[in-house]
Design a protein around this ligand. Structure first.
Ligand code: NA7
Length: 548
């Protein structure tokens, strides 16, 4: 469809932002600041994105709250107080709502509006959006803040439609909550969401069955109420902390040990691993500079954690079943929880290992395994993950130059230039897209870097009279190759059965999606590209004569 066909009924803006999570909220703030008219289209009934939908009990960020927050306004970071070391989902949602109100962004955000189609009009260099509300929007720039873990994946299981109990996905949790008190509850999955949820559900449920296909490593989060002296110190040093995060490997201030696991004695290695366990959460992955590149160093850390599991879980058979085997620690996203392993010491919790069996089907009353075992359940919780990184973009399936669809362009896996733009999709920007550090970073740092880069690019275009910007095919292919080579130098390339590779979704091309070259290096790269006149991009100068 051409823009002129819909002009009379369409709403026109300089930019449409799709999604009102942390990315969309900063995008509307920033783009309005540079003088653009902006509309945010958000499918959910509130702002917050991931933090709006993932309301399951125990949902919490695994990056420290003082780090996992916007840096763009010093007043904001000085006036906001986080109550815990790691913020819970309700607190993050309150924060996002606070930001929206504080900067008066709500009038520009349209909720309950799903973008169902987006197509590029080559003559007018604009994007035309269709929404679930039956409206059309036309804008020069499409800013896709659609999130990386926003499409919940319920595996196709025979019989689910006949199940008489209630079932839920952690990523689509009802606002009113779920009553599990005294009930027989099943949780399928043992990733980050499950390991956060299980200890809390166990406290209420009559009996909890945990269906585990692949055990993962879960670190104790070591969460605690915010220490006033820590908050004070951060607030006094915020500019420096934020600079450090932007230049760091993962976009935050977690201390990294820059020594190799091989250049220290066994005793020193043990001490460092213990130190990391005490620091909690993702700190383990910064224990040695080669923990994700050297198989032996990685295995020592993995065995250290297995021994912790064996020391916590009283029943030796359950402990062994919870120990990941043949899985490099960290190559499946490390989990960070509170009392996860301890929960398996409870009388009302049973681990159901799916190591040698599978779920055959869902019956009217519960779950049936291939070996004939049946579990009667009142509530079934799918903590089964997401169609990560590409799911939300593919669902919209934008139509670019010459009618090419994104699904066609990404048939062999996502190809992007810098994780920001795609050839054949002019004037479309993806925030924290595949091919950028994204899920390998503190998302807020990566979001800010992208939004600021996009705003600069648009300002550059306006100043130069350009109507459209587009990644060249050559630059895109070179970058995609580079993303793959960077992963190839790490152990991630050897653990292909993960959502980083898209392997959790049947039929999805298996290809490593995030960029592991480091947030700081990546940031320098995108700034250099801009400085050099947007190397790897082509601009279309002449806006064709409007036919309207
Ligand atoms: P994850 O990490 O993708 O975990 C999903 C879990 O569900 C994982 O244990 C899967 O086992 C399991 N799963 C998925 N499908 C099935 C079926 N069909 N049968 C049994 N078990 C299944 O999702 P999360 O929501 O926990 O975390 C996502 C990210 O959010 C996380 O990494 C953080 O970055 C925040 P598998 O390992 O595939 O055998």
């Amino acid at each position: 469809m051409h823009a002129h066909d819909v002009t009379r009924s369409a709403h026109r803006y300089d930019a449409i932002v799709v999604g009102a999570g942390l990315a969309g909220v900063y995008a509307v703030y920033k783009l309005r600041q540079i003088g653009l008219s902006v509309r945010v289209l958000e499918a959910g009934g509130g702002v917050g994105g991931t933090w709006y939908h993932n309301r399951y009990p125990g949902a919490r960020c695994d990056i420290e709250s003082l780090d996992y927050s916007y840096s763009f306004s010093d007043e904001l970071q000085q006036e906001w107080s986080w109550s815990e070391r790691y913020a819970s989902q309700p607190e993050i949602l309150r924060y996002i709502n606070h930001v929206v109100d504080r900067f008066d962004l709500r009038p520009h955000i349209q909720l309950n509006t799903t973008v169902v189609a987006a197509s590029y009009d080559e003559e007018e260099h604009v994007w035309v959006f269709e929404t679930s509300t039956g409206e059309s929007y036309v804008a020069n720039y499409a800013v896709m803040a659609t999130g990386v873990l926003s499409v919940a994946q319920v595996p196709s299981m025979t019989g689910l439609e006949d199940y008489r109990g209630r079932w839920f996905h952690t990523g689509d949790w009802p606002e009113e909550g779920v009553d599990v008190a005294g009930r027989r509850v099943g949780v399928i999955g043992t990733g980050s969401s499950a390991t956060q949820l299980i200890p809390l559900v166990a406290e209420e449920a009559g009996h909890l069955y945990v269906f585990q296909r692949t055990p993962n490593y879960t670190m104790p989060a070591q969460n605690h109420p915010m220490k006033p002296e820590v908050e004070k110190d951060w607030k006094a040093n915020y500019p420096e902390r934020r600079r450090f995060a932007r230049a760091s490997g993962f976009g935050h201030n977690q201390v990294t040990n820059h020594r190799s696991g091989k250049e220290v004695t066994e005793e020193e290695r043990r001490a460092e691993l213990e130190n990391r366990w005490q620091l909690g959460g993702l700190y383990m992955m910064r224990a040695f500079k080669d923990i994700l590149t050297d198989a032996e160093v990685n295995e020592e850390a993995a065995e250290f954690v297995r021994n912790k599991i064996r020391s916590i879980v009283k029943d030796p058979e359950t402990a062994e079943a919870l120990c990941p085997q043949n899985l490099y620690i960290g190559t499946k996203r490390l989990c960070s929880g509170t009392h996860y392993y301890e929960t398996f010491n409870r009388e009302n919790v049973s681990l159901v290992s799916l190591k040698d069996v599978a779920i055959e089907c869902i019956t009217a009353s519960g779950v049936q395994l291939t070996d004939g075992r049946e579990y009667e359940l009142d509530v079934l919780i799918f903590a089964t993950g997401f169609d990560a990184m590409t799911g939300a973009m593919n669902r919209i399936n934008p139509r670019g130059r010459g009618g090419v669809t994104l699904k066609e362009a990404w048939a062999a896996g996502p190809h992007t230039y810098l994780g920001l733009c795609m050839a054949d999709f002019p004037n479309m920007f993806v925030i924290t897209g595949p091919g950028s550090p994204s899920v390998f970073s503190n998302m807020v740092t990566s979001i800010e870097q992208h939004v600021e880069w996009i705003a600069d690019c648009i300002q550059y275009m306006r100043a130069s009279g350009y109507a459209a910007v587009e990644a060249t095919f050559v630059a895109q292919e070179q970058w995609t190759q580079h993303v793959s080579e960077a992963a190839g130098r790490t152990l991630y390339a050897k653990s292909r059965n993960t959502w980083f590779h898209g392997a959790n979704i049947p039929g999805k091309p298996v290809t490593f999606m995030p960029y592991v070259g480091g947030v700081g290096n990546y940031y320098n790269k995108i700034l250099e590209v801009a400085r050099e006149g947007y190397k790897g991009f082509q601009f279309h100068k002449v806006r064709s004569v409007s036919k309207v």
